[in-house]
Design a protein around this ligand. Sequence first.
Ligand SMILES: NC(=O)c1ccc[n+]([C@@H]2O[C@H](COP(=O)([O-])OP(=O)(O)OC[C@H]3O[C@@H](n4cnc5c(N)ncnc54)[C@H](O)[C@@H]3O)[C@@H](O)[C@H]2O)c1
Length: 348
Amino acid sequence: MKTKLYSIGDIAEIIIHVGLDKLMDDTIESLTAACLVFNETDYSIPARDGFNYTKPETGLLEWMPAMKTGDEVMLKLVGYHPNNPDRRGLPTILSTAMTFDTQSGHLSALMDSTFLTALRTGASSAVASRILASPESQNLGIIGAGAQSITQLHALSRIFDLKNVAVYDIDESVSNSFQERAKPLNLQGMQITACSLEQVIKSSDIICTATSVEIGAGPVFFDSGLSPGVHINAVGSDFPGKTELPYALLQRSLVCPDFLAQAIKEGECQQLEKEQIGPDLVALVKAESGYRAYQNSTTVFDSTGWAFEDYIVVHLLARYGQQLGCGREIELSCISTDPRNPYAFLQR
Ligand SMILES: NC(=O)c1ccc[n+]([C@@H]2O[C@H](COP(=O)([O-])OP(=O)(O)OC[C@H]3O[C@@H](n4cnc5c(N)ncnc54)[C@H](O)[C@@H]3O)[C@@H](O)[C@H]2O)c1
């Protein structure tokens, strides 16, 4: 009874074998396919919970569980510490995921999930955008140009023939470093420009907001000057009181949450009444052809981050790990020679 450990080095090895673009494509397709067959009786996905603190610094540690009935439990722990990049040289979002065998309760796998979180957050925006944004979209706008914005660009570049990327961050040094950070991606023929918020707003067919705006400090832009059929992936609102989009915009848009029960507490949907909210991601994917009619209207994907997305990406990575022989088996748990004697492992 060993535990499969995937360090960030193992994940890098998998990416080298699979390729970054194929991994993103597979994540987008796996998530789409999983949404198509999703049935609430097949999964148990309780609301996430966690610790929210202001000491020693503003931060959040949350647990996000998901169980496939008769299969595995996936548990992701995710931290949000917006001072990390500047004060510690660490990502704002740090995360670890684990899976448990539901027959024995044994910890079957443990993996870094910081990259996987960014990967699946990009992929879920791509799944929603493929349905809701005009397929001719060429101009992407980024508001909040930190870690998540890179996988937003990557995922959308796999679906749309993007020509221009307009980037705005409240911290100019972050906007200016975006192009360098996006270099591992295959972005030939794409013009990336750091610019003003107004330029992003007026030039974009698709906008991704991925800011660390503080609770109560939103919106990060006003409902003025946007392109008529703009699609917005609102990625940064994921906590009670933390929102990025103006109410006026939400009111006139088709707003699609990833996970309704969570979005009304933590997402842009906090600002709306239930009857103002559109289909969730699963309903959107299942009735894709009907919702394509909104491609010339203003639409919003309210992305709060759903444990189901984590379940899918963790299993995708574990499948690759298995195929490629990546990852390491370790004896982490106390597997005793006498299951009724907690000290028996000392005699081994
Ligand atoms: N929806 C999801 O599934 C999901 C997943 C991961 C992270 N997130 C959220 O996405 C957000 C971004 O995460 P990250 O990992 O990229 O963080 P990050 O710290 O790397 O980047 C956030 C950036 O937002 C900028 N910013 C803050 N306020 C702004 C404003 N008003 N206008 C423009 N820029 C502003 C900051 O300067 C920073 O560069 C966080 O709020 C995080 O909680 C959501």
